[in-house]
Ligand binder design. Structure first.
Ligand SMILES: [Zn+2]
Length: 141
C-alpha cells in the first residue's frame, strides 16, 4: 500500500528486473529468446511457444492510445481524489499493449490514436509506475 492506501504491485522473481528498470526510468518488454515474440505483462513462459528462455527489450516508451475509458466514479475511496481519470490500453511502438493511465492532459482531449510517451510515477524506492502523457509537438521534431 502507498501512503494514500492505494495498492502497489508485488515484486516477484519474474518481475524483479522489470520493476528495477522502472525505478531507473526504463520500460522493459519481455522478449522470448526462442521465438522472438514480445509480451506484456512479464510472465514465466512465452505466451506463443511456452519457452522459459525469456529476456528483455528496452522499450522506446512511445505508444498510441488503443482504447480508453474515463473513470468518473472511483471503485475505491482511495482513488476518489483522482477522478476523473483515464484508464487506457496503450499500444507500445514495440507492438505490445499495456494498461495504464493517460495523464498531464484534460481527460476530454484523450482519443484513440493519440500519440503518448511513458514517464514514471515514483511511489517508493522500489516501485515506479509507468504512466503516459501526450507527445508534445516538440517531442516529434
Ligand atoms: Zn517464444
Amino acid at each position: 500500500m502507498t501512503a494514500e492506501g492505494k495498492p502497489v504491485p508485488d515484486i516477484l522473481p519474474d518481475t524483479r528486473e522489470y520493476w528495477e528498470a522502472a525505478s531507473r526510468g526504463e520500460l522493459l518488454v519481455q522478449t522470448c529468446c526462442s521465438c522472438g515474440s514480445k509480451q506484456y505483462f512479464p510472465r514465466l513462459l512465452c505466451h506463443r511457444c511456452l519457452s522459459e528462455d525469456l529476456g528483455w527489450t528496452k522499450s522506446s516508451g512511445m505508444g498510441t492510445v488503443y482504447s480508453y475509458t474515463v473513470i468518473h466514479q472511483a471503485a475505491h475511496q482511495t482513488f476518489a481524489p483522482d477522478v476523473p481519470y483515464v484508464y487506457a490500453i496503450i499500444e507500445l511502438d514495440e507492438g505490445v499493449r499495456m494498461i495504464s493511465n493517460v495523464v498531464n492532459t484534460d481527460v476530454s482531449k484523450v482519443h484513440i490514436g493519440m500519440k503518448v510517451k511513458v514517464f514514471f510515477h515514483r511511489l517508493s524506492d522500489t516501485i515506479s509506475i509507468p504512466r503516459f502523457e501526450p507527445v508534445q509537438q516538440a517531442d516529434t521534431e
